[in-house]
Write a protein that binds this ligand. Structure first.
Ligand SMILES: [Zn+2]
Length: 100
């Protein structure tokens, strides 16, 4: 499973990078709002990698929306696994949302 090289959000393009475990020993992923970069650990089971990617995408959304930092991790941790499950269990939903 490969992640896209970048994602567009707001007026920015975020670089997406799969990185070695030793370069990010404490986290499965991270999002740097200053350089607009999302990193996800390279060596993870695909489902974990996908949910981690969604988690970091939501962090980028929160940053773009100027959500207070003290609310951000709670919001992302609540929404990410539920949105991931919703989309996985209802795969046609994305086509409805995108009008495809
Ligand atoms: Zn987080």
């Amino acid at each position: 499973m490969k992640l896209p090289k970048s994602v567009k959000l707001g007026c920015f393009e975020y670089e997406v990078k799969e990185d070695k475990d030793e370069n990010m020993p404490e986290f499965l992923g991270d999002m740097n709002p200053y350089i607009k970069r999302i990193r996800v650990r390279k060596n993870m089971e695909d489902q974990v990698k996908r949910e981690t990617f969604l988690h970091e995408l939501l962090h980028a959304c929160c940053d773009e929306a100027r959500l207070p930092p003290e609310m951000e991790e709670k919001f992302v941790s609540v929404v990410s696994p539920r949105l991931f499950e919703l989309l996985q269990r209802n795969p046609k939903l994305i086509n409805v949302l995108l009008d495809k």
